[in-house]
Design a protein around this ligand. Sequence first.
Ligand SMILES: [Ca+2]
Ligand SMILES: [Ca+2]
Length: 302
Amino acid sequence: MKKILLLLVSLMTLNGCFSTLPEIPDPDPEGGGQGGFISDYSTTVWEYLPAPGQFIGEIGTGMESITSPEIACEYARQRLNNQAYVSLGGFGGYIIVGFAKDILNTGGNEFSITSNQTSVSSEPGIVWVMKDDNNNDKPDDTWYELKGSQYGKDDYQSNYSVTYYDDPDKKIGADIAWEDSDGNKGVIKYLKEFHSQDSYFPRWLNTTSYTLRGSRLKPNITYNDSKKRWEFPSFDWGYADNYEGAQNLNRTFFSLKNAIDKDGKPVSLSSISWVKIQSAVNFQAGDCGEVSTEICAVKIEN
Ligand SMILES: [Ca+2]
Ligand SMILES: [Ca+2]
């Protein structure tokens, strides 16, 4: 019974972003500038590096045919064009998207992220932004974190990292081991009943291990014994894939006024060109699997 319920919750979660959004026009394939339509939605994916997770390599999504980081970016770009979820996997997995125009600082909410959160399923991702300081049209500048509601509280930790290890024999159906920068160890659990691809490790990276670093939100997830389900509560504000009420249609909103530098000092950015979203929780919720941020769209709101 529990597994059926879990499956239902999981299906509801995954369908969330398809059913609640209006259709969007195709972005201008030339990138605009010819008097044509310039999309408010992200148009480019510069990097897609998920942590291991139950949706990584998932059969039937196109993910099973990813064989290189470049194809991974193209997979993610096409998914976002269709507002289909892109999973970032467990802690530290991230995506970097760009736009056909810069996002200008207005002091209000300048962009939104659409995900598949529900009132009982938040899988928060921390959002970072970058300005093209050296004017070379490439995201090789400085990332600034956007503070959310947990910043500076006990459940927030910066400079946290997790190293993930592929199974040494590349066995089918193996759990994926990890070790974090605090010396803890664990696994991303293989859940055959729900996601039966060979491995949850992104094998297109052609590596046996890799490390993902970022800011962490400590887990607030609990198992509700009376309802026989895992519950993933939301944080107040400032994260992707975080439920902030039905009125937001699966979106959360972001303001450049919350940008901080690596020392936590506020930064004034006149505009930004790139957005990075990074899975922020390292937690295995039993048969619900690892907490993994999903995103469906990133949209300029000004
Ligand atoms: Ca640059
Ligand atoms: Ca999610």
